[in-house]
Design a protein. Structure first.
Length: 157
């Protein structure tokens, strides 16, 4: 009887260990980005230049702003807010509308995987004789394929 008791105890312990380990749920990081849940487009915000600003030829024009991306609402009563998203691309362009949309500035900073970024660029038109109409276009796309854009028009005299 003693010989049979020890193997039964060991077999029971082994079976319990296998059962418990197979029932453990693998919990993924609840705050990790998941493209399947990305329901919000990025948000582009241009601080400078302001709409219809006027610059003198030779003056630098600062291009300043931010792009942020949120994945979705957390859906958590104890910790409300948004989950961080992931940006994929960012395009910063200034077009000369007076000269057939010639690009005066064309930047595509690497933002892949970031949830937000600040941009700070500058350019200038050195000389001109008449009014030059310009347009700043910022386009951001997130990993879920959603896009936001903001545009500001300004002139050089």
């Amino acid at each position: 009887m003693k010989k049979l008791f020890l193997p039964l105890i060991l077999l029971g312990a082994l079976a319990s260990t296998i059962f418990v380990s197979s029932c453990q749920k693998i919990i993924a990081d609840p705050y990790a980005y998941n493209v399947d849940y990305d329901s919000l487009a990025p948000e582009v915000s241009i601080s400078v230049p302001i709409m219809n600003a006027v610059y003198s030829y030779g003056a630098d024009v600062a291009v300043v702003g931010t792009v942020t991306d949120k994945e979705s609402l957390k859906n958590d009563i104890l910790d409300p807010g948004y989950r961080a998203g992931q940006l994929k691309t960012l395009s910063i362009q200034v077009e000369n509308l007076t000269a057939n949309n010639t690009l005066l500035l064309n930047k595509n900073p690497d933002v892949d995987g970031l949830d937000g970024v600040a941009f700070n660029e500058k350019f200038s038109i050195v000389a001109g004789t008449d009014t030059t109409k310009c347009r700043l276009i910022i386009i951001a796309t997130d990993a879920g394929g959603q896009t936001d854009r903001d545009t500001v028009s300004f002139i050089y005299r």
